[in-house]
Ligand binder design. Structure first.
Ligand code: M6R
Length: 608
């Protein structure tokens, strides 16, 4: 979704702003803009489409300014046009603002401003902010920001500047992330650390209802009620090289191939093989409360929700907890009865998904213990949960989440084992699970080596209008995830279904042009899955099976088969999902899609 970058210091601001916007491109956007300032005034540039277009617009311009703010916009109010692109300004072109989030009462504020004679230049909710800044300015920008934000309902991460104080940036947040980057006599700001890693590894996250004033030499944080805040500095734990493409054509492919390493990173220092248990430092502070839990609710969205669905089976197998799994966007509106014997575990790559964050806040309000399983260190969900575990998977840039799903499944096993070993899981069961967990990186390598075969299968079927993905038990969410991957990057319609539901409706869709991907591991559901496959084939539906190595009979039955190694039942989804990721990737590639930035999608969904 929208991205913010800001710089104030001794260097030329424009190249830093443009570079920062490029680092935020993966989040999804449809227009871009920046404003740069010095004592002589401000220059604003805005374009529809890619940051590359902004580069073209800026080419050959003499822009010595040393401060500025920039933005990538993902349209919510008004089409992606130049007029709607940020930064927005007031009628005198002296106040500029970039904004992530939604101003819910913008209609009312707009009418009041129009009654005062203000003429609006865009259809956005954001523009009211720039006019309000001009209205309230008393010579100190932060006073105007404070007064403006007191009138605002909704969510915001903003950065504001004025030509009256060109070497100052004021930022504020409520619901949309803002992170300050601390340099040597220079300050940076962004909505996401990936825009900052090239310049500094020292960052500070603003909390809701806080603002910060940045000048080259210092920063000051205070609440929107004007209480000064002192906040600890975070050290970013990844480097700029981690977010480079290296030799891969797309981030999604790079991240699929990183998965053996992702699994190792998820396990590093967390496996106590001889004791058959895991060690998770991030849960230690709350371990007494965690031991007393009777119920666990897993909340998340998208791919993280599918990981949560697999997690339900893992926790049911390894612990005595009652386990529920729910979409965060639904959970937060339910009539919930929670107390301190309920744990609510939020799964999120970004740690910023607004629905997941709201679910956690609702759970905490009602007295539950909140836990996080998050990739981005220092993100809002990571900070706001009572305890949690990081994926330590490095940045995931491709909009289609891949390596984080695998990382989440590994860590769900580790969390469930930690709890389960206080309950009924035996030493030998724990040791067996951990032993097989440590084999996974090699087994994933074996699947990756089959990429040419999977590409051939994608070539055979990529012109299909629709795909069905079927699985049972733990492989039902894997089927959902396979369908999500295919639809989001190839735009082929795909549905994931619990195979037992086939006969209750979807079977009417089957014909020779409608391929089914069937997940058919050698587990307790095997025979039933084979029956489902037979039913599809009897209706001339092509079937691609994801089966365990050595399962010749499936190979003889279906049109195409991709074999994956067999592992512990609770770990099998970690292997089964890899060919589905590759299948989606190659189908999208053959269809010429923009794989890392699929249309309409954003990497981190920070609006409801
Ligand atoms: O950052 P999160 O894990 O909270 O994000 C949740 C979803 O927005 C995300 O998984 C989305 O569905 C991806 N596009 C899936 O590939």
């Amino acid at each position: 979704m929208c991205g913010i970058v800001g710089y104030v210091g001794p260097k030329k601001a424009v190249p830093i702003l443009v570079h920062g916007l490029k680092r935020l491109e993966y989040r999804g956007y449809d227009s871009a803009g920046l404003v740069a300032l010095d004592r002589s005034g401000a220059r604003r540039f805005r374009v529809v489409g890619r940051v590359q277009n902004l580069d073209t617009e800026l080419f050959g311009q003499d822009l010595p300014m040393t401060s500025g703010i920039a933005h990538t916009r993902w349209a919510t109010h008004g089409k992606p046009t130049e007029n709607n692109a940020h930064p927005h300004t007031d009628s005198s072109n002296q106040f500029f603002v970039v904004h992530n989030g939604i101003i819910e009462n913008h209609d009312k504020l707009r009418l009041q401003l129009e009654a005062d004679g203000v003429v609006f230049q865009s259809e956005t909710d954001t523009e009211v902010l720039s006019h309000l800044l001009a209205k309230f300015y008393d010579g100190v920008l932060e006073h105007a920001v404070e007064k403006t934000l007191h009138l605002v309902e909704g969510t915001f991460g903003i950065a504001a500047v004025t030509t009256h104080e060109p070497f100052k940036i004021v930022v504020a947040r409520r619901g949309s992330p803002i992170v300050l980057g601390l340099g040597n006599k220079e300050m940076f700001v962004a909505s996401d650390v990936s825009a900052l890693v090239q310049y500094t590894d020292q960052v500070i996250y603003l909390e809701d209802n806080e603002m910060a004033v940045l000048t080259p030499d210092e920063y000051a944080i205070r609440t929107l009620d004007n209480r000064p805040i002192s906040r600890k500095t975070f050290q970013i734990d990844w480097k700029i090289e981690d977010s480079d493409l290296t030799d891969f054509p797309h981030y999604m492919l790079k991240e699929i191939y990183e998965q053996p390493q992702t699994v190792e990173n998820a396990m590093r220092g967390r496996v106590l093989q001889a004791e058959g248990v895991s060690k998770l430092g991030g849960l230690q502070a709350k371990i007494d409360e965690i031991k007393k839990l009777r119920k666990l609710i897993l909340v998340s969205c998208g791919t993280s929700y599918h990981a949560g669905m697999v997690g339900r089976y893992i926790f049911e197998q390894l612990t005595d907890l009652n386990v529920e799994v729910e979409l965060a966007s639904e959970f937060r509106y339910r009539k919930l009865r929670l107390d301190e014997t309920t744990g609510v575990l939020a799964l999120s790559q970004s740690g910023e998904t607004i629905d997941t964050l709201a679910a956690i806040r609702e759970a905490r309000r009602k007295g539950a213990i909140t836990l996080g399983l998050v990739n981005v260190v220092g993100s809002t969900i990571a900070r706001e949960t009572d305890a949690g575990v990081y994926c330590h998977a490095g940045p995931e840039i491709g909009v289609a989440s891949t390596k984080i799903f695998v990382s989440q499944l590994v860590i769900l096993n580790l969390i469930a084992l930690l709890i389960g070993r206080y309950q009924s899981v035996s030493l030998s069961e724990g040791m067996a699970l951990l032993k097989e967990l440590q084999e996974l990186p090699n087994l994933i390598q074996k699947i990756l080596a089959q990429a040419p075969l999977i590409e051939d299968i994608a070539r055979k079927y990529h012109k299909a209008q629709s795909f069905l993905f079927l699985g049972r038990q733990m492989h039902y969410p894997v089927a959902l995830e396979g369908a999500l991957k295919l639809k989001e990057i190839s735009y082929i319609h795909a549905e994931g279904y619990a195979a037992g539901e086939m006969k209750h409706g979807p079977i009417s869709l089957i014909d020779e042009a409608f391929p089914t991907v069937a997940l058919v591991p050698r587990d307790a559901t095997y025979d039933k899955m084979v029956n489902n496959i037979q039913e599809i084939m009897a209706r001339s539906g092509p079937v691609i099976a994801i089966a365990n190595e050595g399962d010749r009979s499936i190979g003889d039955l279906v049109d195409d088969v991709i074999y994956v190694p067999r592992t512990h039942e609770l770990l099998q989804p970690i292997l089964s999902v890899v060919p589905l990721q590759l299948l989606a990737y190659y189908a999208a590639l053959l269809l010429g899609r923009e794989i890392d930035k699929p249309r309409n999608l954003a990497k981190s969904v920070t609006v409801e």
